[in-house]
Write a new protein. Structure first.
Lengths: 310, 314
């Protein structure tokens, strides 16, 4: 198990470096010199520009600058925002809790709706619940989440006036964004879990277990679910990125604070360090979640561990 | 020896023309897959509407044709928008921009990604690892985030949206090219082809590509649905087409402020995007059934999983 985790970490390392390189390169491929953008309007002397370049670590070769960037990252320094002059780390840090709340609430919706629907549909394929679940899944995947958000606002906030459309003050305000963001994910979970359960029920060991006299309940929880969940977990992990990216549009629609609406605002202002900070954060979070998911999968299924040691 | 190698070339038996085969396959697939047939027809209708928009008896999508925010009526089937333009006309004209952006970016992703995947599958151990790690790095960015990075670099615009969406979907096609290549690389018939002197390019064209043809078609087709979604998201966020030009994402965003009084302004482009995604998904399965009739009898569940995965990428 330890060697599996170490191998998995070793594969992650180059990807992590690649992500930082890609994020760092944004500054270099974007038109315009950072120092000139910062000193815009003050007609700077070349001396001022080179001083600022030095201060920002922007002199020397590309790789010297990249090295400087990495060293700063390790110290938790994401640079200074062009538009607010605050540290990016502090700004992103203040926005992050809102996005995490939204993502967790959406994940709760996704699991709360997707898992029961997937299990019931999987046990009785072709039954009423399965047909409803399939309809929900097909629509859930196909309806754009930002449009679903608009529909929810229209029905529950504008027409019925049950829930607030905007704002972050109360817990109610979280419901509509979380449903809009989590629904498509629920559809994917339901679909995958259903297919996995159907597949497991066709395996010979299920026949053996049934012949041995296990109850249907034991069959489901002790045999079918253990197998079905393992492969579903991987896909769920891969889809965490869906929540983080989807939060961008959802935050903009509902006028919520968070790293998504922060990112969109800063792209419009061409505030490169802030953009770099958010992009790096999301990509690394995504990578870490996938790493944890793979390790969990390895814990649940010994065959995965063996696959990695070959 | 050389004489033997030449005589190995198979004699092609007389066979029906390609069109006849396709027609037969179409009938076979249509019999097995009614939903697929319906979506194939809907896809045709969507494409025809987009292509023939200038010939249809519709008011100019940019012209004011009546009062603002008129509800749907016989005169304006989908009502009028916040400025008094015909919503039906804007939705049909919007298909031209949105679908073209989706098709171009899907083509870009397929043309960039598939050869990279095949290359990685074909190469020996470590160069292949390098190419696939680069794909992993791209995959570490959720599609929308990668697209937003491209927007940051290039600035908002129509070309930006196509490039951004295309690059975001490149790793998806990389995976499509990589898997099958990896698994047939060691097959005897590849070694045999090499032994009779086939060039690498010919081996890829004659032996590798056909194996993944049906998978590529499924992925291209459903990818058009997801690239439509991603392109519409970027337009929705205001990084694409400028407002007066009709576009699904931008029109959807414009209608949000008028939800309470004129829901139809956002509803029409929203339905259009949803229908496109649905049609694209089912069409992929239908076309795959035509190319590879074995798939028709296979359980549909296995096929659906790949498209579910892509939804997350968008």
């Amino acid at each position: 198990m330890i060697s599996f985790i170490i191998r998995r970490l070793l594969v992650t390392l180059p990807v992590l470096l690649g992500i930082t390189l890609l994020v760092f390169s944004i500054l270099h491929v974007i038109p315009g010199n950072p120092a000139q953008i910062l000193l815009f309007g003050s007609s700077p002397t070349p001396q001022q520009i080179s001083n600022l370049d030095h201060q920002l670590g922007l002199n020397g070769s590309f790789f010297a600058q990249y090295w400087h960037y990495l060293v700063q990252l390790v110290h938790g320094n994401l640079g200074y925002s062009y538009s607010s002059q605050q540290t990016v780390a502090a700004e992103v840090g203040s926005q992050l809790p809102y996005t995490i709340n939204l993502s967790l609430a959406a994940l709760a919706v996704a699991l709360g709706v997707g898992v029961p629907l997937g299990i019931i549909a999987g046990i009785r394929p072709g039954g009423v619940v399965d047909k409803v679940a399939t309809g929900v899944a097909v629509l859930g995947v196909a309806i754009p989440y930002f449009w679903l958000a608009i529909l929810l606002v229209l029905v529950f906030a504008v027409k019925l006036r049950w829930l607030p459309a905007l704002g972050t003050g109360s817990a109610d305000a979280l419901i509509l964004p979380a449903v809009a963001l989590g629904w498509g994910f629920a559809a994917i979970i339901a679909r995958l879990l259903r297919n996995n359960i159907i597949e497991v029920y066709e395996r010979p060991f299920m026949l053996v277990a049934r012949a041995k006299g296990f109850s249907e309940w034991q069959l489901l929880w002790r045999h079918a679910m253990r197998n079905a969940v393992a492969s579903t977990v991987t896909i769920v992990g891969l889809q965490i990125g869906y929540l983080l990216a989807g939060a961008v549009a959802i935050e903009v629609i509902f006028g919520r604070p968070g790293i998504g609406s922060f990112l969109v605002a800063r792209i419009q202002e061409k505030d490169v360090p802030s953009i770099q900070g958010v992009v790096l954060l999301v990509a690394v979070a995504y990578l870490v979640v996938n790493l944890l998911v793979d390790i969990t999968h390895g814990l649940l299924d010994p065959r995965i561990r063996q696959g990695w040691s070959r | 020896m050389t004489a033997d190698a030449v005589s190995v070339r198979p004699v092609t038996p007389p066979h029906p023309g390609r069109l006849e085969i396709l027609a037969g396959r179409f009938r076979l697939a249509a019999r097995h897959d009614t939903v697929g047939l319906i979506t194939a027809i809907m896809a045709l209708v969507l494409v025809l509407l987009a292509l023939l928009a200038p010939l249809l008896p519709l008011p100019n999508p940019a012209n004011l044709v009546g009062q603002a925010q008129l509800p749907p009526s016989a005169h304006h089937l989908f009502g009028t928008d916040e400025l008094g333009r015909d919503v039906l006309s804007r939705t049909i004209w919007g298909a031209r921009h949105t679908l073209v952006a989706a098709a171009l970016s899907t083509a870009l992703a397929a043309v960039l990604g598939t050869p990279l995947g095949i290359l990685a599958g074909y190469l020996s151990r470590w160069p292949s690892g390098v190419v696939m790690r680069i794909m992993d790095i791209l995959l570490a960015f959720p599609g929308l985030l990668l697209a937003l990075v491209v927007v940051t670099i290039l600035g908002p615009g129509v070309t930006t949206v196509v490039l951004a969406v295309g690059i975001s979907f490149t790793p998806v096609f990389g995976r499509v090219g990589y898997g099958p290549t990896r698994s047939i690389r060691a097959q005897d018939y590849i070694a045999a082809a090499r032994a009779v002197g086939c060039s690498q390019l010919r081996i890829v064209r004659r032996h590798v590509l056909p194996v993944m043809a049906s998978e590529i078609i499924v992925v291209v087709s459903s990818a058009i649905g997801w690239t439509t979604l991603l392109a519409a998201t970027l337009d929705f966020l205001g990084f694409g087409i400028r407002p007066p030009i009709p576009d699904w994402g931008a029109d959807l965003a414009a209608g949000v402020q008028y939800l309470g009084t004129a829901w139809w302004i956002s509803a029409a482009p929203g339905v259009a995007i949803t229908v496109t995604i649905l049609v694209a998904n089912y069409l992929g399965d239908f076309l795959a059934g035509m190319i590879d009739p074995d798939r028709l009898t296979k359980r549909r569940t296995e096929i659906k999983d790949t498209t579910a995965l892509m939804a997350g990428d968008a």
